[in-house]
Design a binder for this molecule. Structure first.
Ligand SMILES: [Zn+2]
Length: 281
């Protein structure tokens, strides 16, 4: 079979990048940083087609989700699809359903990870997230949703701290390390040629494995799915308590239970939106 490959591309885990001035559109280093992000995307897209993918869909998963564009896809098969822009129901996971293989590129450590470039979960106002008492960040949320749709995660790329999350949740999924953080906004970088060589090879293997009916198992959450979200401030939790069925766990935290992972994912998205934007003081 020719696998349908879905690629989610975030930015904080892309090789060569460490700082907010690179990650935020409008900041001075953003333009150069965006080129690095597109170079990693392009490497993975090319490798997926070369390995025999039947369909390749890329979902822009960073900030306002307007970072990737067809100038980075120029010269690739015109069938390469790009999902771009804000207001997508599933945000980082948009377009995932119905695909055969998920590749997560440019990903970063969850909120509160030590020595991880720009560790955070969703907005910077989310303190931590648990699914069935397992702490997750963006990687875990998206991997569990992929699992709900029966899709394995065939590759994750990001900094060395993210490797720990991958090992804990997705022990059979290959990880490409792009840099090693020495602070939240500083890292020992790996040459981009080396990173891209490893991305190319790991993508090729992941696509070939799925084509043969092999590869990692999808990550499935037990149901019902218990969600617990904590915010930076108790005011964030006050706001999140407007969500029907929520209970207050403590000053910062709310909890609720959902019949399946898709509902839990959408609930997390809603809770993050509700609990975000309050001043620290
Ligand atoms: Zn991001």
């Amino acid at each position: 079979m020719e696998p349908k490959v879905w690629i989610s591309v975030d930015m904080e885990g892309v090789g060569g990048l460490v700082d907010r001035t690179q990650f935020m559109p409008g900041e001075p280093e953003y333009k150069r940083a965006r080129a690095e992000m597109m170079a990693e995307m392009r490497t993975v897209v090319e490798a997926a087609w070369d390995a025999g993918a039947g369909r390749v869909v890329v979902n822009d998963s960073h900030d306002g989700q307007l970072n990737l564009a067809y100038d980075g896809l120029f010269g690739l098969p015109p069938r390469t699809e790009l999902i771009s822009g804000m207001g997508k129901r599933f945000a980082m996971a948009e377009g995932m359903r119905g695909m055969d293989l998920a590749l997560l590129i440019g990903y970063h450590g969850r909120s509160g990870t030590s020595l991880a470039v720009m560790d955070h979960t969703d907005s910077g106002d989310v303190w931590n997230v648990f699914l069935n008492d397992i702490e997750v960040g963006e990687l875990g949320l998206n991997a569990y949703l992929a699992g709900y749709y029966g899709m394995p995660v065939g590759l994750v790329a990001g900094d060395a701290a993210l490797a720990l999350e991958v090992r804990a949740l997705l022990p059979d999924t290959p990880f490409v390390v792009t840099k090693t953080a020495v602070g939240r906004r500083a890292a020992r970088l790996i040459h981009p040629d080396q990173v891209r060589d490893e991305l190319r090879e790991a993508t090729r293997r992941a696509v070939l494995q799925v084509a043969r009916g092999q590869g990692p198992e999808p990550l499935r959450a037990k149901t019902p799915v218990a969600v617990r979200v904590s915010f930076m401030t108790s005011e964030g939790a006050d706001a999140a308590m407007l969500y029907p069925g929520c209970t207050r766990v403590d000053g910062r935290s709310v909890a609720a239970s959902f019949s399946d992972m898709e509902q839990a994912y959408l609930a997390c998205r809603t809770l993050f939106l509700m609990g975000t934007g309050f001043p620290l003081y």
